[in-house]
Design a binder for this molecule. Sequence first.
Ligand code: CAA
Length: 440
Amino acid sequence: MTAVGIDAIEIWTGKLALDLAETFAPAKDDNPEKYTKGLGLKASSFPDTYEDIVTMGANAAKRLMDRNGLEPDDIGRIDVATESAFDNSKPVSTYIAGCLEDVYDGDFHHANKGERKFACVAGTQSIDDAYNWIKAGRNRGRAALVIATDTALYARGDPGEATQGAGAVAMLVDENPSVVELSTHQGYGSADETDFLKPNQQFPSVDGKRSVQVYLARMREALEDFESVAGRTHPDDYAYIPFHTPFPGMVRKAALLGFRHMTRGTDIEDGLTDEIGRQPREADFEDWDAYEEAIREYMDALKETDTYDTWYGRTVDPTLTLSRQVGNWYTGSVHVARASALKTAAETGRALAGEKLLVGSYGSGAQAEIHSETVADGWREEVEALDIDEQLARRYDLSFEEYGRVHDAHNHEKERELEEFTVPSGEFVFTGWGRMNERT
Ligand code: CAA
């Protein structure tokens, strides 16, 4: 059976940065540690005034295509995942294809284009669609381009404001992939929820505290569903566990629950009982509140153990390095987490080919998907080609007053006369409605 998976990846961050400890916390009269330690974030990426979901997605895709020597004819499908779409009819992929066609000789006339929406899980769903398309033999030897692009903004003063972010991740899904091979092992947890929604409005209506509970509940269901296909998971089965990261503190909570779930009844649990000095008290799994209440004390003790700390440091923490510096990218977030883990492995000289990742994607509304992937032979070269560190270093640091001036402008205002903070160079830029996406 031919392997199918992610063959190439490229990341484009918004060009502006809002430092949470230095700039945001003082302006809000908050303790900076609420953001750096509590949420686990250092900064948010913001789009400059000439950037939007189209330009960020097109710029990521252009770099990916150039680096891999691809022409439009090599691509039979372009799917964009976003929850920041500005057009209720045309998919964002047509705008991005239009940009790319301006700079390549060929075109995407025979490519199937679409837009996927299910909040942040849509990026992974688009990868699943591409996988199925290739596995069904409908791709005629061509690859799929999947682009997850978002400006994740909250209303000023909303508790979610500290978790904002903006950027795009472009991924090529193909046969014999270089980065990761996808498996057929998948599990879902899905339910109609209203804790986070954006019905025809620029900024989401969010019940933040509830959204955290919904995330954990759906992830747990997805893990159980995954295990019904793949068998029991063990924490040492996976080199890394990249999860959807609205902010690192969220993943910290999910990792603790996941670890508890994976270790129950294992030799690790026996060791933990010695370390903690008591057995966990399990509750009825059908009732989330009772379960949480019953395990709270044990979990508080568990997170202080060396066993958990070592596992978390090795398996989860490396997935959060980029997220700490860029905030939430919605659809791109779990793919940034994967890239972050692979980048850490490359930097520390770790051999990873053949190792497994357990990937947890989540979209409000709400649905979680857990699937496994196997790292492919070409992962290191692909990850070392990313220039995300340079992009992060080049970001312009906004003052709080500048941040206020640009915040509401993002979402395709018809005309933009706002100042630019950085100078675009050799990239797609937004120049106003109907004059979009000219290349400088
Ligand atoms: N030092 C250290 N830690 C501190 C601190 C200090 N001085 N002050 C506060 N903290 C800790 C708190 O104890 C808390 O940690 P725990 O949750 O582990 O207890 C953390 O910092 C955050 O503090 P609060 O809970 O008081 O923060 P808040 O209520 O102002 O906001 C939030 C938190 C509700 C999650 C908010 O950020 C939010 O609404 N975010 C948007 C929604 C979101 O991201 N939800 C996540 C699940 S939904 C999803 O994943 C989809 C998606 O992408 C949006």
